[in-house]
Design a protein around this ligand. Structure first.
Ligand SMILES: *[C@@H]1O[C@H](CO)[C@@H](O)[C@H](O)[C@H]1NC(C)=O
Ligand SMILES: *[C@@H]1O[C@H](CO)[C@@H](O)[C@H](O)[C@H]1NC(C)=O
Ligand SMILES: *[C@@H]1O[C@H](CO)[C@@H](O)[C@H](O)[C@H]1NC(C)=O
Ligand SMILES: *[C@@H]1O[C@H](CO)[C@@H](O)[C@H](O)[C@H]1NC(C)=O
Length: 564
């Protein structure tokens, strides 16, 4: 109670101290509560936030951190106030700085990030499908504190407008240039020979320094700075930065990647997402980057011949596979956890099976997505299932299957949580196959409804899912897939919130006591039904639409229902 009183209702103080007293699922012994109480001093007072006191509270949590987390936290002082800091960007930069040691660098980095969140030192923001934060913000007062600490320890040097008078006296190790309108001479005259990390934010890009000024740079992050034709930067010297581990050119519209990039043998991260389309042809030398772990490309960039040598890759995002490339090269990238490929429209039907076979060698894959640049992938997926990828959580396949690959099962894919596939002919029993995937949370099943076959559906109309189908699904989207009216028994889809599917008008109007049974889906929030058949008969169509709209009336959530 005494500690709480000293927080005077200030949320940041309460959260920070509470997280300090109960972090890592452990509550500290009572003696430490007293240590904390005594060190807070007079505490905060209502209405008038006492900055000194608040700072004392925040420093308390800071000094309680293990030293590796202190380093990682101080590093956040590089980013400006109110800035959204992408989680993966941050972790990759920690790795490049050498803050993380061990075998699974990214996983360790992830645990550091989560621990900083758990201790309320950073605020998670933007969440992915698994409820995990994709980035964070740092509270203003926390940022103030870590900026001062970072400056005291000469850990980071921040150049912004306000601190323009601070002399750049000491050797600069990590430089962050945040705002426009500086006395430019300070940058131009200071020595950059010791700078290990250089980050410039878009408002300040006119102050970019020539790369030849740097000697030992490990991190060069120019994300979101416009480097298009107007040219604030001549990238050709990048090949001289032999220590570089992280090169962030995301959203810079850089229009040419110099061949000298192949000299950067220590490079771990190369982020080229959002560069200019004219840079789609990467220099052949890129395949020499054997230490490259994270490579983000754009929809049109393709990898040069010989990319099989990039054997350290953990993530390869948005690579375009060309018609003439050899898809067998993929099989050598066995460290991959995340792979997102784009295929050209009309991708060679002879090569697709080779490509799929090659993917089967990437046993560590957690996320696989194969998309198509054109309308759809011409080649048929056959009956391919990722049977040798037990770690797979996300699977998105834009290629078409003729029939549902019924070998998909929980024993092959125990972790499969998100599935997006396209199947021409869907039978209702196939939906049950997907319903047996125990970890599935989101399903997107695309088909192409063929109402001509509706007579054959007579036997299917009585189909019902098993009561244990889709035990964890939150969203089940059936696009252009006809389902049967009575198919949701009590127990199936117990967690589902969003459902969409198609129904035949004649199915709805055939019996007097038509019932969609959606009261059996207790968590339902949104229902979207597309009606098919009898396009000519507006009366029957409206009657069916009205019946569907009433379907949710007796559901306690009153789900949002739309009829298409
Ligand atoms: C590209 O890199 C970022 C890290 O900055 C990552 O979060 C993202 O998921 C990657 N892939 C894609 C397809 O954006
Ligand atoms: C953070 O807290 C969550 C929930 O209490 C817990 O599951 C997770 O293991 C914690 N992570 C770390 C890195 O401490
Ligand atoms: C970039 O620098 C290189 C080497 O210093 C030089 O040869 C080239 O002409 C420069 N390019 C531009 C566009 O200034
Ligand atoms: C790939 O690595 C092999 C073995 O080290 C080497 O012989 C080959 O030249 C490399 N390929 C390319 C395109 O650099």
């Amino acid at each position: 109670m005494d500690i709480l009183k000293k927080c005077a209702g200030v949320p940041l103080a309460i959260i920070t101290l509470a997280s300090h007293l109960a972090s890592n699922r452990q509550i500290k012994p009572i003696s430490e509560w007293y240590v904390l109480l005594n060190s807070i001093g007079s505490g905060l007072t209502k209405g008038d936030t006492n900055l000194e006191e608040m700072r004392r509270i925040l420093s308390f949590s800071y000094y309680d951190l293990p030293s590796h987390l202190k380093t990682c936290l101080l590093y956040l002082s590089i980013f400006p106030e109110d800035f959204y800091i992408g989680r993966n960007r941050l972790i990759r930069r920690w790795i490049a700085e050498g803050f993380i040691q061990g075998d699974n660098l990214f996983e360790i980095g992830l645990s550091y990030f989560n621990e900083l969140v758990n201790r309320s030192m950073i605020q998670p923001s933007d969440f992915d499908d698994y409820g995990e934060p994709t980035g964070c913000h740092v509270h203003d007062m926390m940022l103030d504190l870590i900026c001062d600490l970072a400056s005291e320890e000469n850990f980071v040097t921040i150049m912004d407008f306000i601190k323009v008078d601070t002399p750049l006296g000491r050797k600069v190790r990590r430089l962050s240039v945040q705002k426009a309108g500086l006395a430019n001479t300070r940058l131009l005259t200071s020595s950059m020979s010791q700078v290990r990390s250089f980050t410039i934010f878009s408002p300040a890009i006119n102050q970019m320094l020539p790369l030849s000024r740097f000697e030992v740079l490990r991190v060069l992050d120019l994300e979101d700075c416009y480097l298009g034709k107007s040219g604030h930067l001549n990238l050709s010297c990048v090949g001289d930065l032999l220590h570089l581990r992280y090169l962030g050119l995301r959203n810079t519209k850089v229009y040419k990647i110099p061949a000298e990039i192949g000299n950067l043998l220590f490079l771990q991260t190369l982020d080229l997402q959002g560069i200019d389309d004219s840079a789609k042809e990467l220099p052949a030398s890129i395949v020499q980057l054997r230490n490259l772990m994270f490579l983000n490309l754009t929809e049109v960039t393709y990898l040069p011949v010989g990319y099989r040598n990039l054997t350290s890759l953990i993530e390869l995002s948005q690579a375009h596979i060309t018609q003439d490339g050899d898809p067998e090269e993929l099989r050598y990238l066995t460290e991959l956890r995340v792979l997102c490929l784009w295929l050209p429209s009309g991708y060679s039907p002879e090569k697709l099976p080779i490509l799929l076979e090659s993917l089967g060698h990437l046993h560590k894959l957690q996320s696989l997505s194969i998309k198509s640049v054109g309308e759809s992938i011409a080649g048929n997926m056959g009956d391919w299932v990722p049977s040798s990828l037990p770690q797979l959580r996300d699977l998105e396949l834009e290629g078409w299957y003729e029939m549902m690959p019924t070998r998909i099962s929980s024993s092959l894919l125990p972790l499969l949580s998100k599935l997006h596939i396209r199947v021409h002919q869907v039978r209702l029993a196939d939906i049950q196959v997907l319903g047996n995937l125990l970890a599935l949370r989101s399903l997107f099943l695309d088909s192409d409804v063929d109402t001509a076959t509706k007579e054959e559906r007579a036997t299917e109309r009585s189909f019902m899912l098993s009561p244990d189908a889709f035990p964890r699904a939150l969203e089940c989207s059936h696009l252009n897939v006809l389902l049967a009216p009575y198919m949701f028994p009590r127990g199936a889809m117990p967690m589902v919130q969003i459902v969409s599917f198609g129904l035949l008008v004649s199915d709805i109007l055939s019996g007097g006591d038509w019932d969609l049974c959606i009261r059996n889906l207790p968590s339902l929030q949104a229902l979207s039904i597309k009606l098919y058949g009898e396009e000519g008969s507006t009366d029957r169509y409206s009657e069916a639409a009205a019946a569907v709209e009433r379907a949710g009336d007796d559901h306690p959530n009153r789900p949002f229902t739309i009829v298409l």
